[in-house]
Write a protein that binds this ligand. Structure first.
Ligand code: SAM
Length: 222
């Protein structure tokens, strides 16, 4: 699947009733991540596929932000070795401290504060892997990602069919893979100022290993 977005002609995030952006577990998100999980959240074939997908979007000497980061950032080792900076932002300081690909990390709940703690135009590439389903105000976060990207930089949002169901939005739990892609495309469209919004099916062995999809978009050159 690789498609241009047509979702804005169908509906907007504002048409979705507010209860769909609620979760079974509404306790503070930090509580859920208090005990570190030093694990991979997708299987090895999906991780390899994701790394190859990242490759052309991370230039040499790149400054990268891994948003909703944890123990693994999934950047191919040779690409990581050529990066200048890989910043992590997530909820578990212990998981990010154990992530050998990060140069630094910040603990922040994007559901409490979607404003990213970086100046405008800081990063070449922003990654968000298997986590977008936990955002209560995704368009606000996408707008912030656009602000902190340099012109021409990319935001890569990848997701599978696995999640922590008590923390995912009711909207995510009530929709399927292709609707998830449409929703992420809508977040790009409604946060505004993106080009080349594309959906990618990265599933390495459909039906046998974890499915994997991504939506990519670019901040236009000035
Ligand atoms: C399934 S893990 C994925 C972690 C990592 N991106 C990966 O690919 O392995 C979900 C991550 O989302 C982050 N997260 C969940 N809710 C968040 C929030 N409200 N603000 C910031 N990060 C959040 C957590 O830190 C958690 O590690």
């Amino acid at each position: 699947m690789e498609s241009k977005s047509q979702t804005s002609e169908v509906f907007s995030l504002g048409d979705i009733p507010g209860e769909y952006f609620s979760r079974q577990d509404e306790s503070p998100d930090g509580d859920f991540y208090r005990v570190p999980r030093l694990v991979a959240h997708i299987d090895d074939p999906a991780i390899s596929s994701l790394g190859e997908f990242f490759r052309p979007y991370i230039p040499i000497d790149a400054d990268v932000l891994d948003l909703m980061s944890a123990y693994l950032s999934h950047i191919p080792p040779d690409i990581r070795a050529a990066c200048h900076r890989v910043a992590g932002l997530g909820l578990s300081g212990a998981e990010m401290a154990a992530n050998t690909q990060l140069t630094e990390h910040v603990v922040q709940s994007l559901n409490e504060n979607p404003v990213l703690p970086y100046p405008e135009g800081t990063f070449d590439t922003v990654l968000c892997t298997v986590s977008v389903q936990y955002l209560l105000r995704p368009a606000d976060v996408f707008a912030e990602v656009r602000r902190v990207l340099r012109p021409g930089g990319s935001f890569l949002v990848a997701f599978s069919n696995r999640c922590f169901p008590t923390k995912a939005t009711r909207l995510w739990l009530s929709t399927d893979d292709s609707q998830h892609a449409a929703l992420v495309q809508l977040c790009f469209e409604e946060s505004g100022g993106w080009e080349q919004i594309k959906t990618h099916d990265l599933s390495p062995h459909p039906g046998r290993t974890d499915p994997l999809y991504a939506v990519s978009a670019r901040k236009p050159q000035e």
